[in-house]
Design a protein. Sequence first.
Length: 145
Amino acid sequence: MPLCLQPRAGDETGVAEEGAKKLGYPALCKCLTEWRNSPETAWLADAPVHPLQQTLKDLEPAYANFFAKRADVPRFKKKGRSRNSFRYPDPKQVKLDQANSRLSPPKLGWLRYRKSGDVLGTVKNITVSQSGDKGSVSIQTEREA
């Protein structure tokens, strides 16, 4: 584990002092690569890397708002109490088969979906969500006006 991310004794929040150097998104991505290759956190390699990177991208402004005193300390959300979802930002990674109402995100295989309408335009990102025992997929597209 990189030295900058090791918890300090007596630190309940895991947040550095106000004057301490903060890690930005590029540094966090380097740490993520180290964690995925580390034997202690090898389970991270089972997950696709892009959704993990999107989470880090969401975490950076949360900590920036905290250090600027615009928000509280970012907290982990308890499983089942918040929206369990992840985002695939690269549409080239997800295969979309509209004719058979299915899509294939990396490491998940083919998933069937109930089509509520045709996917029009260029796919920008895909969000996979779970609520209870049901899942849903949201496809964000961009099309010309």
